[in-house]
Design a protein around this ligand. Structure first.
Ligand code: COI
Length: 369
């Protein structure tokens, strides 16, 4: 469902009651993840036959939806996760936004939502950052950023099951510190055997809320076992590693391969995943995308074949993975206190690129303000 209307413009209605400087600075000093939001938000509306209209930047606040809005019943919804980084000179940049725009378009096609053209996607981020740029944490060598959450949902008030004829697009922004508290501490993972996240020809590759909802039971099981996240296997054979629900997984092997599960249609095509595969070559590693039986992980950490395991995503950046636990067993960590050498090196390179400390030879950065 693409559309051919002129580029969206975003009319700005600045709120008079923006948060006082001192209050904003207190939030930016200790933002946590996902609990504080900036003063404004973006919205735009799509109607069947009309395309995208009514681009606006307004006060961040509650949205009005009819109880019959299709998203509340049939979960026709997608989102993206991105970050805005302040560089040392005060300018504000984002990382590979065209990849997020393209993924959102793919997710939209899968969920029969309208595609938002790349220039409108970028325009919406710029429009929000122009008014809320003070919410991007200062450059101070820490890993703070402004997390950007573009999302789109079926806002039509209609209970019949069909693609909605009215859809809302929105962007909200949230100052962010580390996704996992406690520094570079390896995360402990639960191997979800009874709960699958996605199935063949399903929506696993789309960034839709339903995939995250379906992962929660596995994650809760893991939390009850003292783990941080759950690892999901392919639903068909229950053998191959897929992903964590909110992060992709990588393995560093004894012979310097950087291995990650191949994209089978049920794994999210992570932008960080793709960037890590690309960066692998800079570190003398051979990237490999293929099926990875979970037995290879379990045996590999004992034999020394698997040197390091890490998880990656926009929110979590790169996080060392420690122990893998399942009902009745566990495989030990190879991560030490703060993650292995390769994990830390790739993580540092990614952060250096994002914060403008390394040469952006691949043209991955886009200036927003
Ligand atoms: C992201 O990394 O941006 C995500 O959307 C995943 C979620 C765990 C926050």
């Amino acid at each position: 469902m693409s559309q051919t209307t002129a580029p969206l413009t975003f009319e700005v209605d600045r709120r008079a009651d923006v948060r006082p400087d001192a209050e904003r600075e207190a939030v930016l000093a200790n933002p946590g993840f996902g609990t504080h939001f900036t003063d404004h938000m973006v919205t735009a509306t799509w109607r069947k036959g009309e395309g995208w209209t009514e681009g606006k930047v307004t006060a961040y606040g509650p949205i009005t939806l009819m109880p019959s809005a299709a998203v509340l019943h049939y979960a026709q919804e997608i989102f993206e996760g991105m970050k805005a980084y302040r560089h040392e000179d005060g300018s504000i940049w984002t990382f590979r936004p065209e990849a997020n725009a393209a993924r959102m378009a793919r997710s939209a096609r899968r969920m029969t939502l309208p595609e938002l053209p790349e220039e409108d996607f970028l325009g919406s981020l710029r429009a929000l950052l122009e008014v809320d740029h003070a919410w991007v944490p200062p450059y101070d060598g820490s890993e703070k950023s402004l997390y950007l959450r573009p999302f789109m949902y079926a806002s039509e008030a209609f209970l019949g099951v069909r693609p909605a004829a009215e859809v809302t697009y929105s962007v909200i922004a949230s100052p962010a510190g580390a996704y996992f508290t406690g520094g570079l501490k390896p995360i402990r993972l639960w191997l979800s055997k009874d709960v699958s996240r996605a199935g063949r020809h399903g929506t696993g590759a789309a960034k839709c809320g339903g995939n995250y909802a379906s992962s929660l039971a596995g994650q809760l099981e893991g939390i009850e076992q003292g783990c941080d996240q759950a690892v999901f296997l392919d639903a068909e054979t229950e053998t191959n590693i897929e992903e964590l629900g909110g992060m992709n997984l990588f393995f560093v092997t004894r012979d310097d391969k950087l291995v990650t599960p191949a994209l089978t249609g049920s794994i999210l095509e992570g932008v960080t995943r793709d960037s890590v595969l690309e960066l692998a070559k800079d570190f003398g590693l051979t990237p490999e995308e293929r099926a990875i039986p979970v037995a290879e992980w379990i045996d590999g950490v004992s034999s020394g074949e698997v040197r390091e395991v890490f998880a990656c995503g926009t929110a979590a950046v790169i996080t060392p993975v420690g122990e893998l636990v399942w009902a009745g067993g566990s495989a030990p960590s190879t991560a030490g206190e703060g993650g292995g050498e390769v994990t830390r090196a790739i993580r540092q390179r990614l952060l250096d690129l994002q914060y403008g400390r390394a040469d952006d030879t691949r043209g991955w950065l886009t200036r927003l303000v």
